[in-house]
Ligand binder design. Structure first.
Ligand code: ATP
Length: 614
């Protein structure tokens, strides 16, 4: 069975998810925002301006209360107004305070606009970079990674976790910084207005902070659970929708719905648990705030009566008090967002840190066009350490030879072929092409020399033309048409509504199995690589269609080294050599007739097929 078969993809796989070290998160974040440092500088300047304006807003009120309504001494910076007569200077002051209020608001608004716009830009671009970085990485991982990771969960990280980071960067992060700046500015001004009140506030803050930090750990743990369950849910949905044909065929909609029901309920339970933890923070902080405000009101009233404080100062103080606790409260609420962002970052980091990459040797070189001489020397391989699939495989194929690989199902035929383009690495032994270990070639160059026609040809969404040219995008229209002719596909393509421009693949026109295979063959013709691997290319076709596809394959095979994996032994009668694989070793080797005469495994397989599948 080919590795791309839906059955294999749909088997739920165990998933190990160790958390990455947090120190690497800083490196990740730093690397992500570094390209946008100019925007960050603009954001920072705008943030300072916004904070300054927010701090300045209550001061006109103080001037009105203390210097216009009451007769307090003018502060030094307003002394120049004194020259004007008393009544006039009061009107002057009132107008000035009113204008100042408007100016502060306008400047604050402008700063906030700049802030928001640039922060959103940074967030969008960082999310874009993250998505692309992850996709880039995922597309280059060894196929063994996908044997143990569900695609649905990966999808969930690329979409949901990246959006969490984006929202955090565009909304929460900005607020946290503004809040922190505001708190610092306010503390300074509050000390200036009345230091003993301020000391009291500062005294409470560490307790609040401790409380918030203590809860952050709990919230983060709960958030982790929620995200895990959500990803599980996406995996179930993705698997179900992808297999909708099989589900309908077996009438097992109920089973799939039950699967979703289970994970969906698990998500609810985890989300409610997380909410329970989060909900404690807000009421506790509100209580602390109201106790402080009550104290300031009581003590402030006493001070004003005793003449130790002006009403205007008390008003500014109260307004700051309100403002002081609002960022503190926000910061507490943001604990949740911070926890969510950290969890998302960790999940992203986990993907980016996976080094299940086929390693490129230093000095690996592009082989250029190979002749196609293939040698396996004592190759052993296992997908999982405790169950070896290939044990000691040695064979050689001369350039231009056509060899067949057959054997009972599950004996390791497809695995042998997967090692040649290095989809997986052998655990022992080596593979040479044209006398050089394939590890010495760079991956891209090596893979360029190999074409596949598999049991099912995957069509990508796009035109037939693009699909044929998938393995060599620079192919000309003439080359594409000539390839389609060699693949016996030109005729049916010409009859399609838009010919070579007809859209196929998901949401496009559906082609029959035989038509898809011929597109697959045309694709291999266009790629024109010296090594060709055919893995059961006609297994899913009926005899009539198979003949047509076989003719096309004959055209494709000319002048190339070809490895044909097949159960239909009658397709191997012309092969230069046949390897009969059994239980991870080569049990027999020879030409069709020789193997039949020998009367062992090959002969048994051949006769088991009733010699009929001819
Ligand atoms: N991705 C994988 N992860 C784990 N085990 C795998 C994987 N692919 C194949 N195997 C196992 O390795 C063994 C050999 O599989 P392989 O597909 O190479 O056999 P095959 O001879 O091509 O089988 P078939 O004739 O059914 O296509 C089987 O036992 C199979 O279950």
């Amino acid at each position: 069975m080919s590795k791309n078969s839906p059955n294999r993809q749909n088997t739920p796989k165990p998933e190990a998810e160790p958390l990455p070290p947090v120190r690497n998160l800083t490196t990740l974040v730093f690397g992500l925002v570094k390209p946008y440092y100019k925007w960050l500088l603009i954001i920072f300047a705008a943030m300072l301006a916004e904070t300054a304006m927010s701090l300045a807003t209550p001061w006109p009120l103080k001037v009105i209360i203390d210097n216009v309504i009451a007769d307090h001494r003018l502060p030094a910076w307003l002394a120049w107004i004194k020259g004007i007569s008393l009544n006039e200077h009061k009107m002057y002051l009132a107008a000035l305070a009113a204008i100042a209020m408007i100016v502060f608001t306008i400047l604050g608004g402008l700063a906030s606009y700049t802030n928001n716009y640039f922060t959103e830009s940074v967030a969008q671009y960082v999310a874009n970079d993250l998505r692309r970085k992850m996709y880039h990485h995922l597309l280059r991982l060894s196929l063994s990674y996908y044997d143990t990771h569900q695609v649905g969960k990966l999808l969930s990280t690329i979409t949901s976790d990246v959006s969490t980071i984006q929202d955090f960067a565009s909304e929460t992060l900005l607020s946290i910084l503004i809040d922190a700046l505001t708190i610092m500015g306010m503390l300074g001004l509050m000390f200036y207005l009345n230091w003993d009140f301020t000391l009291m506030l500062v005294g409470i803050s560490p307790f609040l902070l401790l409380f918030v930090i203590r809860f952050k750990t709990a919230v983060k743990k709960a958030t982790h659970e929620v995200r895990k369950d959500q990803a599980e849910m996406v995996a179930v949905l993705q698997q179900g929708l992808e297999s909708v044909r099989a589900i309908n065929a077996f009438g097992r909609q109920d089973l799939e719905e039950d699967r979703l029901k289970r994970v969906s309920f698990e998500t609810i339970t985890a989300a409610l648990k997380a909410r329970k933890v989060k909900s404690i923070i807000s009421p506790v902080i509100t209580l602390v705030i109201s106790v402080c405000t009550a104290f300031v009101l009581w003590r402030g009233a006493n001070l004003v009566i005793a003449g130790a404080m002006t009403i205007g100062s008390l008003t500014v103080f109260l307004s700051y008090l309100n403002k002081f606790f609002s960022p503190v409260k926000d910061l507490a609420k943001m604990t949740t967002n911070i926890a969510q962002a950290l969890v998302a970052l960790e999940r992203i980091q986990q993907i980016l840190e996976t080094d299940a990459i086929i390693k490129q040797k230093p000095g690996a070189f592009d082989p250029g066009r190979l002749k196609g001489n293939i040698v396996f020397e004592n190759v052993a391989f296992a997908y999982t350490p405790d169950s070896p699939v290939l044990r000691d495989i040695s064979f050689s194929i001369a350039a231009g030879q056509h060899i067949g690989i057959c054997g009972p199902t599950g004996s390791g035929k497809t695995t042998i072929a997967s090692l040649i383009p290095r989809f997986y690495e052998p655990d022992a032994g080596r593979i040479l092409i044209d006398g050089v270990d394939i590890k010495d070639y760079n991956l891209e160059g090596l893979r360029m020399q190999i074409s596949f026609v598999l049991q099912e040809t995957v069509l990508f969404y796009g035109s037939i033309q693009e699909n044929i040219a998938y393995g060599r995008p620079e192919a000309t229209e003439k080359e594409i048409i000539s390839a389609a002719q060699k693949a016996n596909a030109h005729e049916f393509i010409s009859h399609l509504p838009q010919g070579y421009n007809t859209l196929v693949g998901e949401r496009g026109l559906t082609l029959s199995g035989g038509e898809r295979q011929r597109i697959g063959i045309a694709r291999a013709v266009v790629r024109n690589s010296p090594i060709l691997i055919l893995d059961e290319p006609t297994a899913s076709l009926d005899t009539e269609v198979e003949k047509n596809v076989m003719d096309a394959l004959e055209n494709l095979m000319k002048g190339r080294t070809v490895i044909t994996i097949t159960h239909r032994l009658c397709n191997l009668t012309k092969a230069d050599n046949i390897l009969v694989v059994n239980d991870g070793v080569i049990a027999e080797e020879g030409k069709h007739k020789e193997l039949l005469q020998r009367g062992e495994l090959y002969a048994a397989l051949y006769h088991n097929q009733g010699e009929g599948i001819k």
